[in-house]
Design a protein around this ligand. Structure first.
Ligand SMILES: Cc1ncc(C[n+]2csc(CCOP(=O)(O)OP(=O)(O)O)c2C)c(N)n1
Ligand SMILES: [Mg+2]
Length: 368
């Protein structure tokens, strides 16, 4: 037989546990404790309300540009919820909810997006890397961490997040290849939110799924409904177990949607239709999960109302803390300090100019 079909070790499955109306496929329901289900629900609600508040703060000029996550709460929280604190996470710029789950403070996020590097630091003991802005670069960082974990014979796993657009970057392919060759404990979580700024998913690749990229690198790939938090959790759990057993990397494609703008500097109406957005709003991950929790007797309208009040209060106190910090603990002159070893004359002049202005402002405030 000169020409036969090659029997590949993997095929690509699609996984959905809760349908768009929140109905459950009982056979696929992952074993998650009630406590974790409720913690996930709270985290999704907090992420949604925080995102909305950040958008209004940005529009008021109180923080700078940021990348909203509305609609992607299930994709990122379902994945990180399966991690242990000792595992590692390398986020892109759209993983605020995942970072908060891992212990980042809401006020640090606000401080970061207001332009202060203090907000970008990862607290001691949290095994995450800072936000990566160069698209796809964080996949390589996760692979480096995975290589270290393997070398030290540890049982941790590194999880990296990236978008559909990142799959067109060389970094992504190099990371996948290295992880496959060395069978590293790395989980590649692609949030396919259908857009890379104004470039649609169809322009990133001609292949039917992004998940199938995994096959070329000798690792399993799965596509999941990224707006179904149970499906994302189940896929992440399976991948983590395999990685801990020494079974190597996995790619998970979460099919989701970026409901608002790319960043606050973008106007999505210029490149996509309202109808497309409406279709996805109907698949919102939060009401769907709430229906499931109600059916299980874990959540009621009253409990949701209490939670809504609680998360808004939590957000308000984070805003107050962040604004107090920025008023009292930061020095605008710091911006001149780290770009040049020996600042050129025009930068020194600008520094002096700002210093004089700040002194004048302070004196005016003292006398006023
Ligand atoms: C290497 C690099 N090229 C270009 C950019 C500008 N840029 C920022 S986000 C983005 C699109 C990323 O799309 P995707 O990977 O789908 O992630 P999403 O923004 O949808 O979360 C681009 C091109 C960048 N930050 N880094
Ligand atoms: Mg995208």
């Amino acid at each position: 037989m000169p020409r036969t079909e090659i029997d590949l070790p993997y095929r690509v499955d699609y996984l959905s546990v809760l349908d768009e109306n929140g109905h459950l496929d009982k056979e696929l329901e992952p074993a998650i404790s009630h406590e974790l289900l409720l913690k996930l629900h709270r985290a999704m609600l907090l992420a949604r309300r925080f995102d909305e508040r950040m958008l209004s703060l940005q529009r008021q000029g109180r923080i700078g540009t940021f990348a909203p996550i509305k609609g992607q709460e299930a994709a990122q929280l379902g994945a990180v919820a399966a991690l242990r604190p000792s595992d590692w996470m390398t986020p892109s710029f759209r993983e605020g909810a995942a970072e908060v789950w891992r212990g980042k403070l809401l006020d640090s996020i606000l401080v970061y997006y207001a332009g202060y590097d203090e907000g970008g630091r990862v607290e001691e003991g949290r095994n995450d890397l800072p936000v990566a802005i160069p698209v796809g670069s964080q996949t390589l960082h996760a692979v480096g961490i995975g290589y270290g974990i393997q070398y030290r014979k540890e049982s941790h796993v590194a999880m990296t997040f990236f978008g559909d657009g990142a799959t067109s970057e060389g970094d992504f392919h190099e990371a996948m290849n290295f992880a496959g060759v060395f069978q590293l404990p790395v989980i590649f979580v692609c949030q396919n939110n259908h857009w890379a700024i104004s470039i649609p998913r169809s322009r990133q690749t001609h292949s039917k799924t992004l998940a199938q990229k995994a096959l070329a690198y000798g690792m399993p790939g799965i596509q999941v409904d990224g707006n179904d938090v149970l499906a994302v959790y189940a896929a992440a759990q399976e991948a983590l177990e395999r990685a801990r057993r020494g079974g190597g990397p996995t790619m998970i494609e979460c099919v989701t949607y970026r409901v608002t703008m790319h960043t606050t500097a973008d106007d999505p109406k210029r490149y996509r239709s309202d109808e497309e957005v409406e279709q996805w709003v109907k698949r919102d991950p939060i009401p769907r999960f709430q229906k499931y929790l109600r059916d299980k007797g874990l959540l009621s309208d009253e409990a949701i109302a209490v939670l809504e009040t609680e998360v808004l209060a939590e957000i308000q106190s984070a805003v107050d803390r962040a604004e107090e910090f920025m008023k009292t603990e930061t020095n605008p002159l710091d911006m001149f300090d780290h770009a040049f070893g020996e600042p050129p004359a025009h930068v020194r002049r600008q520094r002096l100019e700002l210093e004089r202005e700040l002194t004048a402002d302070r004196e005016e405030a003292n006398h006023g």
